[in-house]
Design a protein around this ligand. Sequence first.
Ligand code: PGA
Length: 252
Amino acid sequence: MRKPVIAGNWKMYKTAGDSVATALALKPLVANANHCEVIIAPVFTALKGVADRLEGSNIKVAAQNCASEKSEGAYTGEVAAFMIHDAGCSHVIVGHSERRQYFLEADHIVSNKAQAALAAGLTAIVCVGETLEQRDQGKALDTVKEQVVGSLSGLTASDLARIIVAYEPVWAIGTGRTATPEQAQEMHAFIRRVFAERHSAAAAESLRVLYGGSVKPDNISGLMKCSDIDGALVGGASLSAESFAKIVNYNG
Ligand code: PGA
């Protein structure tokens, strides 16, 4: 059985103080959510404060990015995965489409970041997803396959157990236009097939594939009914503790 994951990506919103306040407001609202793993991803400057205040709770903390270099060094502006781990995080998001689009992160960079994350003891949430143009040209499956293969290249079989994939169609992010459960299910099943072909049936069966893109309290349960959707990566609707808690508690 794959345990679902509901992760909130706070992007470049909230100061350290606001992040702690939202995290503390969230804590009691999701305290009984044993059916899924709950993760929030604040900005770098808030990670330690939030992780300290959530210690002992069922909410885990993720960074939104990490350096592709494993060791410390002269890389101005970068934050190493082991430093993120040291701040109290258990997860890191890599290859988000905003990083691919605005910071030109190619698949091999995403793969290096995933490897650095795993080496530091973090679980990597690896994002993939096609643009509207690629979907309209009938290239959605090929694009996502290329990203999955490229972003996970160089990972060993044991690494794969600590990878979560997030399928986030770019046309659904922040647009209010969610993929239908059928569109998402088709892609999730496809990602699992790609995984089975490249790695093993067992790795594919245990891989958790999250959906992201305009997930809201009123569309989460429809998505979670799909057999290959194992959770959600939520942007806008995770910024408020109340709305994110409704998503986490989709089953009740
Ligand atoms: P959204 O963002 O929920 O605001 O569409 C999702 C994401 O970018 O992870």
